[in-house]
Design a protein around this ligand. Structure first.
Ligand SMILES: [Zn+2]
Length: 297
C-alpha cells in the first residue's frame, strides 16, 4: 500500500507533465473504482487547464483552472504512468506495483503541455481500492476526505510542542495516536514503526506521557517530532532518487527499495549500535508493529 512518501514521489513524477497542461480528452473505462466516478467525469475535465498538482496526506489533488479539484487516492495498488508515443517506452512509472496489464488501465487523461507536447497520464489499479472524486470549487477544505485531516508530518510545524499538545491526556498507545489521521495526516504503519525506533520510544507507551507538566514538550516529544520528520523526508528523498534512476536505467520504483530499520525485520538484530536487542513483532489494533523492546522505552 503506498504511503505518504510514495504518493509524494508520484506527485513529483507527474508534476512536470501535468502542471500548466490542458486536458484534451479523458477516457473513463469503467463506471467505478472503489466508489463510482463523479457524474460527467470526463466531460468536466475536458478542456480544462491544470493549475497545480498538490498532495495532502495520501491524496493527490489536481487543481483545475475553473476551481474544480480532482481528488485521487491510490488505494492498495493504484499507479500512474506516462506515455508520450506509441513506440516509445514509458518515461516514468510511478508506483511500486507496476502493472503492464492494460486491462487495469481505468482512466487515461490526454494532456497537452504549453509547449504542445502531448502525453497520456494513465491510471492503473488492479485491485481498484483507489478512487477519483471531485471537490467543487471552494469546497476542497470541507470535502469529507479532506476536512478532518490533521497536520502534515513533513513541515517544520510538526515539532515537540505541537506533538505534546496533540497527545496530552491521550491514553491510547503511542502507535495508535500516531496512526490517528485526524492528529497527523498521512503517517502510515511502516513509517510510524520506523519513527518510533529512531526516537527510542516504545509503541506501547501511553501517548499522553510524552507531554510534560502544563502540556510542555518533554525531550521524548522533541525526539519523536524530529524522528517523524526525518523518516518521512528520507523516504521522500529515496523516492526522488529512484524516480531519477527510473528514467535513466528502468529501475523499479517504490518502497521495496527503501531500507527499513525495524519494519518487517522480525527476529533480526536491532540495528542500533551497542543495542543487543532483537526486532520483535506484536499486533496492535489488528496491525503489525515492529520494534526493539530493549532500546525503545
Ligand atoms: Zn534496540
Amino acid at each position: 500500500m503506498p504511503e505518504l512518501p510514495e504518493v509524494e514521489t508520484v506527485r513529483r513524477g507527474l508534476q512536470p507533465f501535468m502542471e500548466g497542461a490542458t486536458i484534451a480528452r479523458v477516457e473513463q473505462r469503467r463506471p467505478d473504482l472503489r466508489f463510482p466516478f463523479p457524474e460527467n467525469f470526463a466531460q468536466r475535465l475536458t478542456g480544462r487547464r491544470i493549475d497545480s498538482l498538490e498532495r495532502r496526506a495520501k491524496y493527490l489533488i489536481v487543481h483545475l483552472d475553473d476551481g474544480l479539484g480532482l481528488i485521487s487516492h491510490l488505494g492498495m495498488s493504484g499507479s500512474y504512468r506516462i506515455e508520450q508515443d506509441e513506440e516509445e517506452t514509458a518515461p516514468g512509472v510511478f508506483h511500486h506495483e507496476r502493472s503492464r496489464n492494460t486491462t487495469h488501465d481505468h482512466v487515461v487523461i490526454h494532456v497537452e503541455s504549453k509547449e504542445r507536447v502531448k502525453s497520456r497520464i494513465i491510471y492503473n489499479d488492479p485491485r481498484r481500492f483507489g478512487f477519483m472524486l471531485f471537490a467543487e470549487p471552494g469546497a476542497l477544505n470541507t470535502h469529507k476526505f479532506i476536512q478532518d485531516l490533521g497536520i502534515e508530518p513533513t513541515g517544520n510545524r510538526l515539532d515537540g510542542a505541537l506533538l505534546a499538545k496533540l497527545f496530552e491526556n491521550k491514553n491510547a498507545p503511542l502507535k495508535a495516536a500516531l496512526l490517528d489521521q485526524t492528529l497527523i495526516a498521512g503517517l502510515g504503519n511502516i513509517y510510524v514503526c520506523e519513527a518510533l525506533w529512531r526516537a527510542e520510544l516504545s509503541p506501547l507507551r501511553v501517548a499522553g506521557s510524552i507531554a510534560g507538566e502544563n502540556s510542555e514538550p518533554t525531550p521524548m516529544a522533541e525526539r519523536l517530532a524530529t524522528s517523524i520528520r526525518s523518516v518521512i523526508s528520507d523516504a521522500i528523498a529515496a523516492g526522488g532518487s529512484s524516480l531519477k534512476d527510473y528514467r535513466q536505467t528502468d529501475g523499479e520504483l517504490g518502497y521495496f527499495q527503501h531500507s527499513f530499520s525495524v519494519y518487517d525485520r522480525e527476529g533480526e538484530p536491532c540495528p542500533r549500535p551497542a543495542c543487543d536487542g532483537t526486532v520483535t513483532r506484536i499486533v496492535q489494533s489488528g496491525r503489525s508493529t515492529f520494534f526493539c523492546p530493549i532500546c525503545q522505552h
